[in-house]
Design a protein around this ligand. Structure first.
Ligand code: SF4
Length: 345
C-alpha cells in the first residue's frame, strides 16, 4: 500500500485547521479561522451558520477553488495542496458543486445537452452519441425527460433548473458533492422535492455531501453530522438529531430556539421533507440578538461574547477551544469545558 493510500476507515474528505485570510481595503479579513472537518464515505456533513460565517469559503477551500492561507485538505488520502496538476485534475472529477442560484449558474444560451454534457467533454469522458446517451441517462436519474435535451435553461422552473445543475454535477461520477445553499432559492414545496432527490441519489450512488445552508431545518433533514459556524470558526459539532434536540453552545441554542413552531400538518404537506421546526413543539421563537461582528475585526476572547446571554468576564479575554466530549459532541465554550471537567471528577 502506498503511503498516500487511504485505510478503509479513513474519511473520504478531511480538512485540518483551515485558515483563509483575505486582504480587503487595507484590512485582513479572517474568513475561515482554524476549521477542521471530516466527511465519511456515503455520509452528509452539514455546515450551518448566519451569512458571513465563512461557510461558502469553506466550500471553496474544500474543492480547492481557493487556496487556504494555511491548513491541510485531503481527498481520498491525497493531500490536495501538494497534488500535481494531473492529480488535481483527476480528483476534480470526483468532487463537484451544486450552487444556490440554479438559473444563474447555468448559461442561458446553452441547451440542456450542452450544460449537462460540458463536464463530459472537459474531462474527455464521452463524445458524440455516447455523450447524448449519457446526458439522457443523467436527466432521467434526476427526474427530467429526454425531451428536455434541446431546451434552454431559461425555459425551466427553478426546481427543474436545479435538477439540471444536479445532473451536471453527477456527469463525472463524483464521490463528493458540495451543496452550497442548493435549495435556498427554491419554494418550500420544491425544496422538499430536491432534498428528497439528493437523498435518493446518495443511497443509489453512495455519494458524500458537504451540505451548506443557513436554514437549520434543511440541514437537520439532510445531515448525519452538523457543524455550526460562527465568524469563521466551528463552535459546535455533533450528530444531527442530538445536536438539534440538545444544543450546547449558546449560539446553537439561539439558532434552534429561533426555529418556527413545529407544525406536523406542514411537515406532512411536504411529503417527507424538512419539518417546520424542531420536534416536540417547544420552540420559543427568540430571534438571535444583535448582529455578528465583522470578520475583519472579530471581538477578543470568545467571538460570540457580545451576543451571548451567558457571557462571563473570562469570555471577554480568553477564546474557548473546540473540545470534544465522550458522546462525540464538540463545543467551543467555557461553560461546556466547566461541565466536562466537573463530570470527569
Ligand atoms: Fe458565551 Fe462565554 Fe460560552 Fe462564548 S465562551 S459562548 S461568551 S458562555
Amino acid at each position: 500500500m502506498s503511503p498516500d493510500a487511504p485505510t478503509p476507515e479513513a474519511p473520504l474528505f478531511e480538512a485540518r485547521d483551515l485558515v483563509k485570510r483575505f486582504r480587503s481595503r487595507g484590512t485582513v479579513v479572517r474568513a475561515v479561522d482554524g476549521v477542521s472537518l471530516r466527511i465519511p464515505r456515503g455520509r452528509t456533513v452539514g455546515l450551518v451558520g448566519e451569512s458571513g460565517s465563512g461557510k461558502s469559503t469553506v466550500a471553496r477551500l474544500a474543492l480547492r477553488l481557493l487556496d487556504p492561507t494555511s491548513g491541510q485538505v485531503t481527498f481520498d488520502g491525497v493531500d490536495l495542496l501538494r497534488a500535481s496538476r494531473g492529480q488535481l485534475q483527476a480528483l476534480r472529477r470526483r468532487m463537484q458543486i451544486v450552487f444556490q442560484d440554479p438559473l444563474g449558474s447555468l448559461n442561458p444560451r446553452m441547451r440542456v445537452l450542452d450544460a449537462v454534457g460540458e463536464p463530459l467533454a472537459v474531462h474527455r469522458i464521452a463524445k458524440g452519441s455516447a455523450r447524448v446517451d449519457r446526458v439522457v441517462e443523467l436527466l432521467e436519474r434526476v427526474g427530467l425527460r429526454s425531451a428536455d435535451l434541446y431546451r434552454f435553461s431559461h425555459q425551466f422552473s427553478g426546481g427543474q433548473a436545479q435538477r439540471i445543475g444536479i445532473a451536471r454535477a453527477l456527469a463525472t461520477e463524483p464521490d463528493l458533492i458540495v451543496c452550497d445553499e442548493a435549495v435556498s432559492a427554491l419554494d418550500v414545496s420544491v425544496q422538499a422535492q430536491v432534498l428528497n432527490l439528493l437523498k435518493r441519489l446518495q443511497s443509489e450512488l453512495g455519494l458524500s455531501y458537504l451540505f451548506i445552508a443557513h436554514d437549520l431545518n434543511v440541514v437537520r433533514y439532510m445531515a448525519d453530522e452538523v457543524c455550526v459556524m460562527y465568524l469563521g470558526q466551528i463552535v459546535e459539532r455533533g450528530d444531527g438529531d442530538t445536536l438539534f434536540a440538545d444544543p450546547r453552545h449558546p449560539y446553537t441554542e439561539m439558532l434552534v430556539s429561533a426555529l418556527p413552531e413545529f407544525a406536523p400538518e406542514r411537515a406532512s404537506e411536504r411529503t417527507g421533507g424538512p419539518a417546520g421546526g424542531r420536534a416536540g413543539g417547544r420552540a420559543r421563537r427568540s430571534v438571535p440578538r444583535g448582529e455578528p461582528a465583522s470578520p475583519s475585526s472579530p471581538p477578543p476572547g470568545c467571538r460570540f461574547h457580545p451576543r451571548c446571554p451567558k457571557a462571563m468576564e473570562r469570555c471577554r479575554v480568553e477564546a474557548p477551544a473546540l473540545h470534544g466530549a465522550a458522546d462525540g459532541r464538540a463545543v467551543a465554550c467555557h461553560l461546556f469545558d466547566a461541565g466536562r471537567e466537573a463530570s470527569a471528577r
